[in-house]
Design a protein around this ligand. Sequence first.
Ligand SMILES: CC(C)(COP(=O)(O)OP(=O)(O)OC[C@H]1O[C@@H](n2cnc3c(N)ncnc32)[C@H](O)[C@@H]1OP(=O)(O)O)[C@@H](O)C(=O)NCCC(=O)NCCS
Length: 201
Amino acid sequence: MTDQLAYYAHPTAVLDEGCRVGAGCRIWHFTHVSAGAVLGEACSLGQNVFVADGVTLGRNVKVQNNVSLYTGVHCEDDVFLGPSVVFTNIRNPRSAVPRRGEAHYLPTVLERGATVGANSTLVCGVRLGRYAFVGAGSVITRNVPAFALVYGNPARQHGWISAHGHRLHFDQSGFARCPESFQGYELNQAKTEVWAEDYSD
Ligand SMILES: CC(C)(COP(=O)(O)OP(=O)(O)OC[C@H]1O[C@@H](n2cnc3c(N)ncnc32)[C@H](O)[C@@H]1OP(=O)(O)O)[C@@H](O)C(=O)NCCC(=O)NCCS
């Protein structure tokens, strides 16, 4: 069922035979991890979380209470999901038209360090770039660039944000510094992409 390494699961959690749970994970009350799910090391799943077959979580992914991760959802290392975030995996569901099986599921990918604020909804088939930040209560309908801050319904970009979660204010030469980490960021000329300086992958 697991990598046979130390992790904690509350007695009310259900871990199906075959799921893979990395060392140092913490899984809280009434949470269900399905057989084909893979959790990297040191993930935290809050109360009443559901992780479906085929979902992959990288290292140190934090999932707050009441989040269902459906087949097709992939979160890289250090992703943060606020409470009651809603994922979807079928774009045009109809009760009377069977659309079961992976062929019908659109993937949703959250790249390393992305954050999704509380109660946000992600329409399936989108990708959040590295360290993208989705404000609380947003509806994501399009891909989000790395380091972009988006919010609203539909979510629109309202600036850029550092890996430590601070707004980036670029000077005329397109350079900004995070006030907490002091890491440098550069905005490309088209103002569509940000690069972190000296950021090792
Ligand atoms: C997106 C966010 C980071 C912005 O924080 P900020 O940079 O301090 O922004 P401000 O509070 O100065 O707000 C700036 C403007 O954006 C609006 N705004 C901020 N967050 C918003 C959101 N999620 N949805 C819609 N509008 C939002 C504010 O109302 C304000 O509008 P105004 O200028 O017309 O008054 C923050 O509001 C947020 O949503 N954080 C997520 C919190 C969360 O879900 N945590 C989960 C774990 S508990």
